[in-house]
Ligand binder design. Structure first.
Ligand code: PEP
Ligand code: MN
Length: 292
């Protein structure tokens, strides 16, 4: 909270999330990984859990490229009821198997209050998707969870509304919230959404919670993901969520925005090289030699 004087500011409705209540940055841990500190944390994996082969193949690839956390949807919020809806509990067991094999903690979306018990019994972090960013019953239930929550920005939500959604979780007693800018809906239709990178600056100024960026859902286009990911590091995000698929052309969901393992590895190398210039570090799971 650099420029703002505490005394002259009136307390916003998101008082627990506000820097006026807590000035120092909050740290949130996913498994053994700490988000919000010096470490730039990359969460990567497929849009949806499809098969053991797809998930494990992708999980090994993202781990060896340096990701610290796996992502994968088992409950999918799809615009059409005829689209693939996710493997539900079967998908969760596959994610748990991938964690067992690779050691990567995982984040997965929970869409329904009734599913929270089930999802939190498996996942290392619970994701609230853009469409549920103002599902207040769900947010209140997550306030009672022992697991960290990744809260995505609602696609038509202002930053104040996003922080108020976070406040629902914090005020329920769960302090472990990571915010995710994933693009908002604007008049522009050339990209899937419009990535609001300045949101990172605004949130950081007002709020002590970690902020990550999802350039995959923001752009909807694989070739835009790496440049936007690098811009996110430059603007001060604490990490990224990136869709990676072992074979994007055969993905059941969001293949057009998914990086293949080679593209993801190349991006991680670039981020690794950039990190010291932005006072960040990326601890890679692989020996340094593999990066040179
Ligand atoms: C996702 O991350 O799987 C997802 C559906 O993202 P969003 O809610 O941001 O669209
Ligand atoms: Mn997706």
């Amino acid at each position: 909270m650099s420029q703002i004087s505490r005394e002259t500011q009136t307390m916003p409705s998101y008082r627990l999330a506000s820097r006026l209540t807590k000035n120092e940055n909050s740290l949130v841990t996913i498994g053994d990984t700490c988000v919000g500190g010096e470490e730039f944390v990359v969460i990567a994996g497929p849009c949806s859990v499809e098969t053991d082969h797809q998930l494990l193949g992708t999980a090994w690839e993202v781990k060896s490229a340096g990701a610290q956390c796996l992502r994968g949807g088992a409950f999918k919020p799809r615009s059409s009821p005829y689209s693939f809806q996710g493997l539900a509990d079967v998908g969760l067991t596959m994610l748990a198997r991938a964690r067992e094999f690779t050691g990567l903690p995982f984040v997965t979306e929970v869409m329904d209050t009734n599913d929270v018990d089930l999802v939190e019994s498996y996942a290392d972090m619970l994701q609230v998707g853009t469409r549920n960013a103002q599902n207040f019953a769900l947010l209140k239930r997550l306030g009672k969870s022992q697991k960290p929550v990744l809260l995505k920005r609602g696609l038509m939500n202002t930053i104040d509304e996003m922080l108020s959604s976070a406040e629902y979780i914090l005020s329920g007693g769960n302090e472990n919230v990571i915010l995710c800018e994933r693009g908002i809906r604007t008049f522009e239709t050339s990209t899937r959404n419009t990535l609001d990178l300045s949101a990172v600056l605004t949130i950081k100024e007002r709020c002590h919670l970690p902020v990550i960026v999802d350039p995959s859902h923001a752009s909807g286009k694989a070739s835009y993901v790496a440049p936007l990911a690098k811009a996110a590091m430059a603007v001060g995000a604490d990490g990224l969520m990136i869709e990676v698929h072992c074979d994007p052309a055969s993905a059941w969901c969001d293949g057009e925005e998914s990086l293949d393992p080679q593209q993801f590895t190349a991006l991680m190398r670039e981020l690794h090289a950039m990190a010291p210039h932005f006072n960040r570090k990326i601890s890679l799971a692989v020996p340094q030699a593999k990066l040179d």
